[in-house]
Design a protein around this ligand. Structure first.
Ligand SMILES: [Zn+2]
Ligand SMILES: [Zn+2]
Length: 155
């Protein structure tokens, strides 16, 4: 995968434009998370997110507009306090990777969501698409799941 790269940035922003960022390294992975926390945070059936190494992420503006919510269980949810856009998750702002909401991107990240996680928690009204992607009842069983294991790994 050749993009994003320092030569071909992938831009992202919140709805009001206060928060602007760029991705300069290829996404490591991407998925749809159907857990109850991501559903509520996104207001949608699933939250699409992609992960990039921290060194491949640059916040250009809006650091003071980013509000961080840490639910009692699960991963951090970061959003714009002016417009409410869901922006980042995972271990924001610490950690070796940044989880970025794909819906916040202004350019094509090239990567496509690779699996569905927490489908056991999906909303009753949501019909999962027949997209051929692997589905996981909870957190994905992946060799690169790292130290964020079990139910805590919800993007
Ligand atoms: Zn905003
Ligand atoms: Zn989730």
């Amino acid at each position: 995968m050749s993009v994003p790269s320092p030569e071909r940035l992938v831009r992202g922003s919140c709805l009001c434009g206060a928060v602007q960022f760029v991705v300069t390294a290829p996404f490591l992975r991407a998925n749809y998370c159907h857990c109850s926390r991501c559903r509520k945070h996104s207001g949608a059936g699933a939250l699409a997110q992609g992960r990039v190494p921290r060194e491949g992420f640059q916040l250009l503006s809006g650091a003071d507009a980013i509000e961080v919510y840490r639910p009692p269980t699960g991963m951090t949810k970061a959003f714009c306090r002016i417009c409410g856009s869901s922006l980042f998750g995972g271990t924001w702002p610490e950690g070796p990777e940044v989880s970025i909401r794909l819906g916040a991107l202004d350019d094509d990240p090239e990567i496509r969501p690779q699996f569905h996680s927490f489908v056991a928690s999906k909303a009753g009204w949501e019909v999962l698409p027949e997209d051929g992607l692997p589905r996981f009842e909870g957190a994905p069983q992946r060799h690169d799941a790292g130290t964020n294991s079990g139910a805590a790994r919800d993007g």
